[in-house]
Design a protein around this ligand. Structure first.
Ligand SMILES: Cc1cc2nc3c(=O)[nH]c(=O)nc-3n(C[C@H](O)[C@H](O)[C@H](O)COP(=O)(O)OP(=O)(O)OC[C@H]3O[C@@H](n4cnc5c(N)ncnc54)[C@H](O)[C@@H]3O)c2cc1C
Length: 738
């Protein structure tokens, strides 16, 4: 077959060359003849065969390459004749190959997934001057479609990173993320220099649009491209930049690789709006309505063509991303010293963590991703945030390993996309409750409690260890985020907004969309609502059973025996003394003692607000909260489905019933109830042994049993109370199986 099409092409070529030589055909016309021959199927069967059977199945095959080499030889022989016409041929070839690939893909349905949107490296374009590649949160060389395309099609590629504190400041830019960004940029620039003799131009500016225009003029660039981001504010800014550049007759292109599914393409047709906010609903919407498979990751580009001269650049340090404060004596407070120990920044670090996870951690992921004392999760969130690895690469690598097909891990990646989709629909998700009545929730303004939580000084070792980890390395696993969020919201009664702000500043993966979604869900007011509350002691039985995690992050408690490590207030004073611990001095006393009462107060506060706004905000039949959203906001995501039953004609709003915690519904009907059959507090794996050990230690230590008697009695009483009120029939932590 190969020789057959080669003969055909050869015949076409000879004919055309003869005609050019004899003057019957001018070169421009010749090109259109070739275009017709190839694309309008004069040699239809051959071309279709090749493209269908070779290109899609194996883009690197000899036959495929030969096919395009032949096409290229025409281009070369006619190089000087007409650029516009050449590029026209090139486009036609590309279109033809894409079209045929589409046919082939359909034939291959159910078989291996292939790149659906672009076949790299098949058609060598006529190079078209310089291209500015505007790096943002895609700081990688692998699977970077914008970079790949620029390298394929332009004479030179100018990698640029622009930092405008004015424009980006509100969003992803807490202290920890800025530190991360600085290091990530350094890593990218190093890779560009060592592997490609290229570089990264960085500039600090006020107005990114103007800076880009300046760069275009200085480099005579013909194109600017970038990877799309989806935060509403950034998108709006980017749309304006695109309009400005297009007015300059520039070629401007955006690529979509930040997420698995573009938020503006996910629709609820066939799924409806009920269940919105849950990952199951989201995945179903993607399954039914996504435009196509996500495709395979692209390799790094072979070469990155460099310009003959580089525009000027600031130093990365000049961007002022990491600006540690100075002491009075002038020395720097290098608060990120531990970050450097813990993290390997950049693309290499991302792939290393993923590989470690896929060879080890994933084995325990399904059942024990909650463990804070073991590296059972991927630890890739900051890399995903800054695009040092694409989520497509993560998914694809995971799918290669049997264990990586773990549904739980895949769902976690979907959670990330869900957050962006919700933020796209609800652009104020980071600043106001999605459920309107919760604007009026009573929250504590106690600054001392907030500070204690932020600094890890609550007196609850599990909470404090997590907040210490956050402070020292900018990260904690998902389970621990739930523990500290529950403590802030349900026990300290401090608004989720404070938690959101603190996380934005201290997490290296701080991500407005995800952070806001999670804090709203924890703070009762999100599209979803956690049906659990983490108990600050009992959760440890699930995530840190021996206390190793606490010992690591609070070394002053490290010598405490296992049974006291999560509740030092129960430890006999003689043992505390032996290990040099004085509660209230070397380690704080608990900022709240009666956890049960604190939780009850939280329930009362929620019930109060729900009762006050029952009319219009609670579904009479199910007791679920209702979120009213103007229909016009949701029309773009609804496709052809209209969800008529949810439409309130009078107000033009869709009244969407949302997931509501069972104990809230129970309390609505029974506000004075003393019982709580749906108690959401997770008790962890109840350890009889641990409780017995505590009793024994206290009975055998005279000092303890006298001095601490009152406290212990109160504590036992409150424990008993909480325990009795829980009607759960099994001890397994529900959340760990989510
Ligand atoms: C209150 C709260 C705030 C959070 N804020 C952020 C944040 O600002 N940025 C952030 O990236 N994650 C946030 N998360 C989600 C989650 O805790 C982290 O993504 C996860 O702990 C990162 O660790 P990992 O890479 O080992 O995750 P893995 O468990 O290995 O999961 C792999 C990837 O899936 C994604 N993912 C996992 N869980 C979630 C989730 N619940 N929601 C969305 N995506 C998820 C992340 O990109 C993660 O890297 C928050 C969770 C809570 C409870």
């Amino acid at each position: 077959m190969q020789s057959q099409w080669y003969d055909n092409m050869e015949k076409v070529k000879q004919n055309i060359i003869e005609e050019i030589k004899s003057g019957k055909l001018d070169p421009e016309h010749a090109l259109s003849e070739i275009t017709k021959a190839v694309c309008q199927c004069k040699i239809k069967d051959t071309v279709a065969d090749i493209t269908n059977n070779l290109i899609c199945v194996n883009p690197e095959s000899e036959a495929t390459l030969l096919f395009f080499a032949l096409a290229e030889s025409y281009i070369d022989s006619l190089q000087n004749s007409s650029t516009s016409c050449l590029s026209c041929l090139n486009h036609s070839l590309k279109d033809a190959s894409l079209e045929s690939c589409g046919k082939s893909k359909r034939k291959n349905k159910g078989g291996s997934k292939k790149q659906d949107s672009y076949i790299p490296g098949l058609v060598k374009s006529v190079k078209r001057g310089a291209c500015i590649l505007w790096f943002r949160r895609d700081l990688r060389l692998k699977d970077n479609a914008a970079l790949f395309d620029a390298c394929e099609n332009y004479d030179s590629v100018i990698p640029v990173f622009l930092w405008s504190p004015l424009e980006e400041g509100n969003l992803s830019t807490g202290g920890a993320t800025k530190f991360w960004l600085e290091n990530s940029l350094k890593s990218l620039r190093k890779s560009l220099r060592t592997s490609y003799s290229s570089t990264l131009i960085v500039r600090k500016c006020d107005n990114i649009s103007m800076e880009l225009v300046g760069l275009i003029r200085a480099t005579n660039a013909k194109k600017v491209c970038w990877t799309a981001l989806y935060e509403p504010e950034i998108k709006k800014r980017d749309d304006t930049i695109m309009t400005t550049l297009k007015k300059m007759c520039l070629d401007v292109q955006t690529y979509h690789s930040y997420l698995l599914y573009r938020p503006d393409k996910v629709q609820t047709e066939g799924v409806g709006l009920r269940g919105i906010g849950s990952v199951t609903h989201f995945l179903e919407a993607c399954r039914l309505n996504s435009p196509g498979p996500i495709g395979d990751p692209l390799p790094k580009p072979g070469i990155i063509p460099i310009p003959s001269s580089w525009p000027s650049s600031d130093e990365i340090e000049d961007l002022g991303l990491y600006a540690p404060p100075r002491r009075k004596d002038g020395t720097l407070v290098d608060w990120a010293a531990n970050f450097r120990q813990f993290w390997k920044f950049g693309e290499e670090g991302a792939h290393q963590n993923l590989e470690n996870f896929l060879s080890e951690g994933i084995k325990n992921y399904e059942k024990e991703s909650c463990r804070s004392d073991m590296p059972n999760t991927a630890i890739i969130s900051p890399y995903l945030h800054f695009g040092e690895i694409s989520s497509r690469s993560v998914l694809s690598a995971a799918m290669f390993t049997d264990l990586g097909k773990s549904p739980k891990f895949q769902r976690k990646l979907a959670w990330r996309d869900l957050a962006y989709w919700l933020y796209y629909i609800f652009p104020t998700m980071n600043s106001e409750p999605v459920r309107p009545p919760f604007k009026f929730q009573r929250w504590s303004k106690n600054k001392v409690s907030l500070r204690a939580w932020q600094k890890g000084d609550t007196g609850y070792p599990l909470v404090d260890a997590a907040m210490q980890q956050l402070w020292q390395v900018g990260w904690m696993n998902n389970y621990m985020r739930h523990v500290v969020a529950s403590f802030l919201i349900s026990y300290l009664h401090i608004s989720w907004e404070e938690g959101f702000k603190w996380f934005q500043d201290t997490l290296v993966d701080a991500d407005v969309a995800i952070n806001a979604m999670m804090w709203q869900n924890g703070g009762f007011s999100g599209f979803d609502q956690w049906n659990f509350v983490m108990h600050p002691v009992d959760a440890a039985l699930t995530c840190d059973p021996k206390g190793d995690y606490v010992r690591k992050w609070i070394p002053k408690l490290k010598d405490l025996p296992d049974e006291f490590i999560h509740q030092p207030w129960k430890c006999p004073p003689s043992i505390l003394r032996r290990y040099g611990i004085t509660l209230g001095v070397t380690y704080p006393n608990r900022i709240i003692v009666d956890l049960h009462e604190a939780r009850e107060q939280s329930l009362r506060d929620v019930t109060l607000v729900r009762r006050k706004f029952a009319k219009g905000y609670i579904d009479k039949h199910t007791g679920n909260d209702i979120v009213p959203i103007p229909a016009k906001i949701l029309l773009p995501v609804m496709g052809a489905s209209k969800d008529h039953d949810l439409l309130d004609e009078e107000s033009g709003r869709l009244l969407i019933p949302v997931i509501t915690r069972k104990e809230f519904k129970y309390r609505m009907g029974n506000p004075e109830a003393k019982d709580n059959p749906y108690n959401a507090v997770l008790k962890g794996y109840v350890s009889r042994k641990r409780d017995e050990a505590i009793i024994w230690a206290n009975q055998n230590d005279f000092t303890a049993s006298t001095i601490n008697e009152a406290t212990l009695r109160a504590q036992r009483y409150s424990d008993k109370d909480t325990h009795n009120s829980s009607r759960r029939t099994h001890n397994k932590d529900r959340f760990s199986s989510v």
